[in-house]
Design a protein around this ligand. Structure first.
Ligand SMILES: [Zn+2]
Length: 192
């Protein structure tokens, strides 16, 4: 079955659950293996369904004292005092970068770096909240959480620590990544 080339198609219904909503559409389904054919048309239909969703989700997360201080510094670099907005923007920017395979190597290096590990291991003393209302962002979060096998708090903290380590620019590579691919995007999302 794993080598099925989906030659025998039939019309059927696909459903996709997201939070407490269910997307439902007619689609082509393989008669032999039951695979759903997510072509461009179906993907576009799903994206437009997603964009029209009225969802809101408050997520709680924990950070260390150092992380909190560094986040305030990052905020002041961008003249942003609204930490919830900063976290939302970080999530939006990183979701986009992480889904682009071009950046796989640099992300692996950051995750492997001493700075990342040190900051990630600190005791978590502060509890924070972020409200996310963009359905696309929420959908990406649920996706990445599953792929990375993290809960809400771990997921948000991982993203925050990632951006803080890139922002520190400890070597040329991280500095280049920050200056060429992260800084402007973050600025743009924050200004939107
Ligand atoms: Zn098939």
């Amino acid at each position: 079955m794993k080598n099925c080339d989906h030659k025998n198609l039939k019309k059927g219904t696909v459903t996709k659950k997201f939070l407490d909503h269910t997307f439902k559409s007619e689609a082509q389904i393989c008669k032999d293996c039951g695979a759903e054919l997510w072509d461009n048309k179906l993907n576009a239909k799903f994206q437009s369904w997603l964009n029209d969703l009225d969802v809101e989700n408050q997520k709680q997360y924990k950070v260390s004292k150092t992380t909190d201080i560094l986040m305030k510094e990052l905020g002041s670099q961008f003249h942003c005092t609204d930490e919830s907005k900063l976290v939302r923007s970080i999530i939006a920017v990183l979701n986009k970068k992480l889904s682009n395979p071009t950046y796989n190597n640099i992300f692996n290096e950051i995750l492997d770096s001493e700075d990342f590990k040190r900051l990630k291991q600190e005791p978590l003393t502060l509890t924070k909240k972020v409200r996310i209302t963009n359905p696309k962002s929420l959908y990406d979060i649920e996706n990445w959480k599953e792929i990375l096998d993290l809960n809400d708090s771990e997921f948000i903290r991982t993203y925050i620590v990632l951006i803080l380590v890139i922002n520190k620019q400890v070597n040329n590579e991280f500095a280049k990544f920050w200056n060429s691919y992260i800084k402007d995007d973050l600025e743009m999302v924050l200004a939107a």
